[in-house]
Design a protein around this ligand. Structure first.
Ligand SMILES: Nc1ncnc2c1ncn2[C@@H]1O[C@H](COP(=O)(O)OP(=O)(O)OP(=O)(O)O)[C@@H](O)[C@H]1O
Length: 236
């Protein structure tokens, strides 16, 4: 995925201020930014919910502005707010997504079973989402986001409200997908400890990139002595 000069304004407020970056395959990238940095706005632009005022996004060779349907077919998303239907079963929720992406039924069933098994939620397949814990709902959202094998997985603060075990499971499943399929993951967070586990960290502040590199390199770019102190100093 390539971003070139992305700008998004809300009236006089500039939420994204000329963002340019490349996200190659096989990387788990943390997008670290304080409240109001522009993380959600970036996700809204990358998922086609908002159109950027300037700049371009390319996904798997497709321009998001000119060929939105083709570009979006290669993106999987876990939004900040839960977006499953509470009164449908997990299977029906997943099937709906598989149908939207035109997956053959047998292939969809296989991926649902594999995805839920990998995350320990296979027993939930025929339960309604309402019956599931917050952690398991999040896991189902991840299974759904990966069902069509997207090249790029976008996750907007996916671990908010989760206990340590669910956080760990989610992170492990994402890492496994990066390793086995070579997907690209962009994981928005304001938790430094999550960013430290990523291959690469992008620090976003007031719509601009303050630092970009491995956790250790970013810590050094921000003046350290560790990522957390550097991040707080640079964004306060
Ligand atoms: N719909 C909107 N209308 C006007 N201003 C907005 C709107 N959405 C976001 N903003 C502003 O744009 C800037 C970036 O907000 P955004 O929600 O993208 O940041 P964020 O990094 O996701 O923050 P958080 O971590 O709190 O979710 C902020 O100054 C915010 O107040």
């Amino acid at each position: 995925m390539q971003l070139q000069g992305l700008v998004k304004r809300y009236g006089a407020r500039t939420a994204l201020d000329g963002l340019t970056l490349g996200l190659p395959a096989g990387q788990c990238v943390a997008l670290l930014g304080p409240n109001g940095a522009g993380k959600s706005t970036l996700f809204q632009v990358l998922t086609g919910l908002f159109v950027a005022d300037a700049g371009e996004v390319e996904v798997a060779g497709h321009c998001l502005r000119r060929h939105a349907v083709r570009a979006l077919a290669h993106i999987g998303v876990v939004f900040q707010q839960m977006s499953l239907d509470l009164d449908l079963t997990v299977r029906r929720n997943l099937q709906f997504h598989a149908d939207l992406h035109g997956l053959p039924r047998a292939l969809a069933a296989e991926r649902m079973a594999q995805g839920c098994a990998a995350l320990g939620t296979a027993p939930d397949l025929d339960r309604t989402v309402r019956e599931l814990s917050g952690g398991n709902r999040r896991k189902v959202e991840l299974v759904r986001a990966l069902l069509h094998h997207p090249a790029v997985l976008l996750m907007d603060e996916p671990t908010v409200g989760l206990d340590p075990r669910s956080r760990r499971d989610l992170l492990a499943a994402v890492r496994a997908d990066v390793q086995t399929r070579g997907s690209t993951v962009l994981w928005a967070t304001h938790l430094v400890e999550e960013a430290e586990a990523a291959d690469r960290v992008l620090v976003l502040h007031r719509g601009r990139l303050l630092a970009d590199g491995s956790p250790a390199a970013v810590s050094a770019q921000l003046g350290g002595p560790d990522l957390e102190s550097g991040f707080i100093a640079a964004t306060t």
